[in-house]
Design a protein around this ligand. Structure first.
Ligand SMILES: *[C@@H]1O[C@H](CO)[C@@H](O)[C@H](O)[C@H]1NC(C)=O
Ligand SMILES: *[C@@H]1O[C@H](CO)[C@@H](O)[C@H](O)[C@H]1NC(C)=O
Length: 387
């Protein structure tokens, strides 16, 4: 009930402000509106107390302080009963429309509505632990010119995110959507953000193949750890992501098999780490990996691989021994019969291996060079040994 009164009062206050048009002039490089009420100590913050026309004091929903750079304000909105309070608050004239950061946490908000911060333009938005179920495609539309980091995390009921609503944001560098319950990522592949460097989707509930991203020319890191992925789409190479350095898909226990064409890079690639540890892998198809660099690390640690087919691994290892790249096979029990003969009889290739135990306990890279050769004259895979 008290909340209701609070909200009605805020609405009444704003009804009177409709005709207001803020006038900004640059002060220390920051757009400043000297007619807007300001905080006693921080000239770029609004006051801590809002006095209504009838003299009543209105509690503000967000706490403003001076940012680390000494100018741009930081807002913490914690424990808010409803997003309407947030929007009504930011709809007021503030000393500046810029903000270093706005954080909304531990609040009862069901959705992030359109233009939630009114005309204010934060550089970083953090939305965490609010039990939201949806994000309006226009939630951050007005922050487009300034937004660099968007974090929406620990929202266990959030199933969907409008990825393409961020298309064309000119400065967006980092998108953190970890620890939600995202299952619908259908427009992720169409995301087109010229400046995006990091996309983090760890700990979601996707139950799909991870799509090939194409329109993110600055992307360096893709992470979707333990997100219930069932694979990686193999329809396209990674050729348009020339800055991509790291792919982290560890802990997606239902991947099972890496299909041909899943991790194919072209000559312009920067890839140096692919982590597929603990993905329930039982097989890697021929040509699953192609175009890696000599310094690329591939981790297939803690999977269920029992064989190392030459068509799947030979080119990878030959590339790696030309640099510092490693294939990590620890935590797999390989059946060391004739189908690993190609590996141990090619002096040097095993130098690119980390771990890789035979089911009998010996490390593959410590088997003597000529160990299997006499037993596998035609490279036949019928004889069995060491398991
Ligand atoms: C997460 O999503 C799944 C369906 O994708 C649903 O069954 C589950 O209840 C959701 N979890 C929460 C906490 O809403
Ligand atoms: C690859 O792995 C090796 C051994 O663990 C490590 O020394 C090296 O720094 C890694 N390289 C990259 C690019 O992460």
């Amino acid at each position: 009930m008290a909340n209701m009164v609070y909200f009605v009062i805020i609405l009444l206050v704003f009804a009177g402000c409709e005709a207001y048009e803020a006038k900004y002039e640059l002060v220390n490089g920051i757009p400043y509106n000297k007619d807007a009420p300001a905080h006693d100590e921080y000239p770029y913050c609004p006051p801590d107390k809002i006095i209504d026309i009838d003299g009543t004091e209105i509690t503000i929903p967000c706490f403003c302080s001076q940012g680390e750079d000494g100018f741009l304000p930081i807002f913490y909105c914690n424990d808010i009963p409803n997003t309407d309070y947030i929007t009504a608050y930011f709809d007021r004239p503030f000393p500046t429309y810029l903000a270093a950061r706005i954080t909304v946490s531990n609040s009862d908000t069901l959705e992030i509505p359109a233009n939630v911060f009114a005309d204010k333009q934060p550089i970083r938005i953090t939305w965490t632990n609010n039990f939201i179920k949806s994000v309006d495609p226009n939630a951050f539309a007005l922050t487009k010119p300034e937004l660099e980091i968007l974090e929406i995390q620990y929202e266990p009921e959030l199933n969907d995110f409008p990825f393409t609503s961020l298309n064309g944001f000119p400065r967006l560098r980092e998108l953190w959507l970890n620890n939600n319950n995202l299952s619908i990522i259908s427009d992720l592949a169409e995301m087109s953000v010229p400046s995006l460097q990091i996309i983090n989707l760890d700990f979601n509930n996707m139950a799909v193949e991870f799509p090939k991203l194409r329109f993110l020319p600055e992307l360096r890191i893709i992470s979707a750890e333990a997100s219930e992925l069932i694979g990686v789409s193999n329809d396209l190479p990674f050729e348009e992501l020339q800055k991509l350095e790291e792919i982290n898909f560890r802990g997606n226990k239902n991947i099972g098999s890496i299909q041909t064409g899943s991790f194919v890079f072209d000559q312009q690639t920067s890839i140096n780490n692919i982590d597929l540890s603990n993905c329930g892998l039982v097989s890697v198809e021929p040509g699953a990996f192609a175009g890696l660099l000599s310094n690329t690390n591939v981790s297939l640690k803690d999977n269920l691989l029992t064989s190392l087919p030459e068509e799947a691994f030979r080119v990878m290892l030959e590339t790696m021994i030309g640099g510092s790249g490693k294939l990590d096979l620890s935590g797999n029990d390989i059946v060391c019969c004739c189908d690993v003969n190609w590996l141990i009889s090619n002096a040097g290739l095993e130098a690119a291996l980390i771990g890789g135990k035979c089911a009998g306990g010996a490390l593959i890279n410590q088997l003597p060079l000529d160990y299997l050769a006499p037993l596998c004259p035609q490279m036949s895979s019928s004889s069995s040994l060491y398991s």
